[in-house]
Ligand binder design. Structure first.
Ligand code: RP5
Length: 151
């Protein structure tokens, strides 16, 4: 994520990865404030064995796109809800990538953070039967938790 302030949103992503027992790391990497850290992180990610990068950022949210420019790993962007423009700035700056450098863009805020974890889980589950079982169980539990009538 681009800032400590993104953690409140991106915690939902990390919690979902943890619930699915998917090994992951959590880092603050700012495209603007720590560009060398971003360069080092993105250019070494594939070689370190990472399978995907989920990048949450807000405002002028260049982190996902710049990360995608420097790695062949799949990059998923989470637009963090900004104070000034409610995350529309984040969304548009993440989603409008030029052809050739893709960023899979999720919804603004908490839903996007959780779904970023789930879409990576779904992809990894295509080659990991145990994870596929855990993901099926997670989805079944979610379904079971939906009441038929409101409380
Ligand atoms: C972006 O600027 C971050 O991703 C964050 O969403 C936004 C604001 O950062 P702070 O000023 O709260 O550190 O780089």
């Amino acid at each position: 994520m681009g800032s400590q302030s993104d953690w409140a949103t991106m915690r939902g992503c990390a919690d979902t990865l943890t619930a699915l027992e998917i090994a992951h790391e959590v880092r603050i990497v700012s495209a603007h404030r720590t560009p060398q850290r971003l360069y080092d992180y993105a250019t070494t990610a594939a070689g370190r064995g990472l399978r995907a990068i989920i990048a949450g950022a807000g405002g002028a949210a260049h982190l996902p796109g710049m990360a995608a420019a420097m790695t062949r790993l799949p990059v998923f962007g989470v637009p963090v809800e900004s104070k000034a423009l409610s995350g529309m700035d984040s969304l548009l700056s993440i989603v409008q990538m030029p052809a050739g450098i893709p960023v899979g863009t999720l919804a603004i805020g908490h839903a996007g953070a959780v779904n970023a974890a789930l879409i990576v889980a779904a992809q990894l589950a295509t080659t990991d039967a145990a994870l596929a079982e855990r993901l099926d169980a997670w989805r079944a539990a979610q379904t079971a938790a939906v009441a038929e009538t409101p409380a």
